[in-house]
Design a protein around this ligand. Structure first.
Ligand code: MG
Ligand code: MG
Length: 256
């Protein structure tokens, strides 16, 4: 289902977007060498509940997971890229961590993800991969103007990932958001321009380019949720929720 928000409903979307941005910013600051992933989950839970919001994850039980998820945030480390189930694992210097958070506030969902390197031992390849997904996200957002087609966004995202030489997996990508976390339309991270649904003001979209350094094949961890690169290669993921307005895309989940 595709949901369209009226201008007087947009403040609710902005409020939940700001909340997600604020929580991710705080968690990124607190995730240090020695931090346990379960601590990050606890902090996320506390911030979500304190804001009067609801987790989209804790009861989430889709066909592809071993549900319900039972946690409040996705924590994906190094070769893990999507749906990282928080576990009893301590972050080490140089770990590449992705935090992915979706919450519902006042009946509207926002969804955002950020990748970063913990500590001081970042390798250039990791930083370049993160920066590439951020640039791909920015390209998708720039293409998200009223009248554009979903394929224009996919093409813009895919062009950046291709140019940087990363394989692209098309199983998981961006999506509409609204009263639920995953609505239509689907926004693949590569595609042909001029195809698909036409963007109009009031549409809320989560765009989320992600890559694995040398493969497009995912494997599922023994936990039944965490998706990892089949080769063990490192991964990165950048996601924002945006609102389509008459003036173009408004990023709802800016951090900080
Ligand atoms: Mg997400
Ligand atoms: Mg998403």
């Amino acid at each position: 289902m595709i949901e369209i928000f009226t201008p007087d409903e947009l403040p609710r979307a902005r409020a939940v977007g700001a909340l997600v941005g604020r929580i991710l910013h705080a968690l990124q600051g607190r995730a240090q060498v020695g931090t346990n992933l379960l601590d990050i989950d606890r902090w996320a839970k506390a911030m979500i509940l304190e804001a009067g919001a609801e987790s989209c994850y804790v009861d989430y039980a889709p066909s592809f997971g071993r549900g319900p998820f039972g946690h409040y945030i996705c924590t994906s480390v190094n070769d893990a890229v999507l749906h990282g189930l928080p576990r009893d694992q301590v972050l080490r210097d140089g770990d590449l961590l992705t935090l992915d958070l979706a919450v519902s506030l006042d009946g509207v969902v926002a969804d955002s993800a950020v990748s970063f390197v913990v500590g001081r031992a970042a390798v250039p390849e990791d930083l370049a991969m993160i920066e590439t997904t951020e640039r791909a996200l920015a390209a998708g957002i720039a293409a998200a103007v009223p009248g554009a087609k979903i394929g224009d966004l996919s093409s813009a995202i895919g062009a950046v990932l291709h140019e940087a030489g990363y394989p692209i997996n098309l199983e998981f990508g961006g999506h509409g958001v609204g009263s639920t976390m995953h609505g239509d339309p689907h926004i693949a991270n590569d595609g042909r321009p001029g195809r698909g649904y036409t963007l109009r003001p009031g549409l809320l979209l989560a765009l989320e380019p992600w890559v694995m350094a040398d493969t497009d094949v995912l494997v599922t961890d023994d936990d039944g949720w965490t998706l990892r690169s089949a080769t063990g290669a490192r991964t990165a993921h950048s996601e924002h929720t945006i609102a389509i307005t008459e003036a173009g895309a408004e990023i709802l989940t800016l951090r900080g």
